[in-house]
Design a protein around this ligand. Structure first.
Ligand code: TXA
Ligand code: MG
Length: 474
């Protein structure tokens, strides 16, 4: 057991000159950075803030340093790591000499670096240890914009491999306190640079395929729309603008999905301990659904638990949405824990708060978590941001899909619903996150339904179906 130090860093005290060299005006921050840099050079992992989420860093070009990341996180060895650089020069030291930068990459780096965009590059096995790439032919690289991250990498003057600083399978940390709770005793240093601005991981992009198309492997802090716009503006000849495809939304690749390199595929990511339900507040209700009720669902859930047990239900809602302004219904034996995701018209706040919400509710010991769907609900809303977040929730958080109509009666509380007989497994299964089956629900004349499946692949199978397709599977 190590004694973990949390060291404060003031990001506003750090600036960079034109060559990317950091200047630190706060002595405390400089001390913290120096201690962290020394740990890295001594091949010890260090947790540090980036603009997306906190990272668990180690020297990327040293196999034994990088191997510590896997043991601290309990990460499967076949899941490759992102390498972080502090300057374009550092990037070029990693690339094979024969590599010619595609125009799409030039444009994307100019617009989004430093920032929340990770690009795949061909990996030179003489430079990049196989533990980083998990023996894949590519290496994922990004240049973070957080001053603490950039300064730390610049100080050690070497690329730093860093996955999110959480135990494998848990939501990514967005504060130093999240990291401390999860990994304390397993590393020497956590740099505390405050809460992360973006709050979601970087967007992982593969633009190396022969067809020149841009494939988004993991939606993240940079939206697909922004990527599209950058390419459209950058290519003189419109016929040459590469198409942007989002994995699992626009294309599927069976071989790719079997590979651990595809984010969120082989390994379950970002799961809090409690099962998560996505409340789809804008999806059209399916046809031919038999009505039933929400309050009795909660009561039956309660009845199936130990007689004295409370069911704690965590709810992540937008502050001023229809759902967010509802009073949660008082049901005997059900205890609500509410966490606000910010206003409807500021998706960046929602992005920033999402992981904190999941981790906070988990810490409060909730039995299940409901998350309100985040889609465009107001004119003039920045659709691109919403879409990014929506993709992420779709891709990563759904263990149960619950469809609710937008026009909920505001005096009704949550919609009334109840499980269909026999489809709902025992609460024990539910608590263990293995809920399976399907539920139908309605509110007055409006009818909805939900799928329950803890298995990632099971729920994924439904995520992009039209409602008709979904209803035919019931
Ligand atoms: O924002 C972020 O990206 C954060 C901060 C710390 O930079 N890092 C992060 O790392 O989220 P991690 O390891 O939690 O997620 C990296 C994802 C994984 O899903 C991994 O499979 C994928 O990137 N990845 C890494 N190298 C890859 C490669 N060569 N090909 C395809 N996917 C790769
Ligand atoms: Mg991660």
């Amino acid at each position: 057991m190590l004694s973990t130090q949390v060291l404060r860093c003031d990001p506003t005290s750090i600036s960079f000159d034109s060559t990317g060299k950091p200047k630190v005006t706060s002595q405390d921050t400089l001390n913290s950075l120096s201690i962290a840099a020394k740990n890295l050079v001594d091949l010890q992992p260090v947790a540090f803030p980036t603009e997306t989420v906190y990272g668990l860093g180690a020297l990327a070009l040293d196999s034994s340093a990088a191997s510590c990341i896997f043991s601290v996180k309990g990460r499967p060895p076949d899941n490759p790591l992102i390498v972080h650089v502090s300057s374009p020069d550092m990037l070029h030291t990693l690339l094979p000499s024969s590599f010619k930068m595609p125009q799409s990459y030039e444009l994307l780096m100019r617009r989004f670096w430093p920032g929340a965009l990770t690009l795949l590059f061909p990996s030179d096995p003489n430079t990049i240890p196989s533990i980083i790439t998990a023996n894949q032919p590519t290496v994922a690289i990004r240049m973070p914009s957080h001053p603490v991250a950039r300064a730390l990498i610049a100080l050690v003057n070497a690329p730093v491999a860093a996955p999110s600083a959480n135990s494998s399978g848990k939501p990514s940390p967005t504060t130093a306190e999240h990291v401390r709770r999860d990994l304390s005793g397993k590393l020497n240093v956590i740099l505390d640079g405050g809460a992360c601005d973006v709050g979601l991981e970087s967007t992982v992009v593969d633009g190396l395929q022969e067809d020149g198309k841009i494939r988004v492997l993991r939606p993240g802090g940079i939206s697909v729309e922004d990527i599209q716009e950058t390419l459209q503006e950058g290519f003189q000849d419109h016929a040459l603008v590469p198409q942007v495809l989002v994995h699992r939304r626009d294309y599927r690749d069976k071989e790719l999905e079997a590979a651990p390199t595809t984010p969120g595929m082989k390994y379950r990511h970002y799961s809090p301990a409690a099962p998560v339900t996505l409340l789809m507040t804008t999806s059209a209700p399916p046809e031919k659904v038999v009505p039933s009720k929400a309050e009795s669902f909660l009561i039956s859930l309660k009845n199936e638990m130990e007689p004295s047990a409370f069911v704690k239900v965590g709810v992540l809602v937008l502050t001023n949405s229809i759902l967010g302004t509802l009073t949660l219904p008082v049901v005997d034996g059900i205890e609500w824990r509410r966490y606000e995701l910010g206003p409807v018209d500021d998706p960046s706040v929602t992005a920033r708060r999402l992981f904190d919400g999941l981790l906070t509710l988990d810490q409060q010991g909730v039995d299940m978590i409901l998350i309100e769907e985040v889609t465009e609900t107001k004119e003039g809303l920045a659709i691109m941001n919403r879409k990014g977040l929506y993709d992420i929730i779709y891709n990563h958080y759904t263990t149960v899909l619950l469809f609710v109509h937008p026009n909920l009666e505001t005096d009704q509380g949550l919609p009334t619903h109840q499980p269909l007989g026999g489809l709902f497994n025992k609460p024990d299964d539910f608590k263990g996150g293995t809920l399976r089956g399907s539920l139908q629900l309605h509110t007055k004349d409006r009818v909805f339904f939900c799928f329950c499946g803890s298995s990632f692949s099971h729920t994924r199978a439904f995520a992009f179906c039209s409602t008709n397709q979904i209803s035919s599977r019931l």
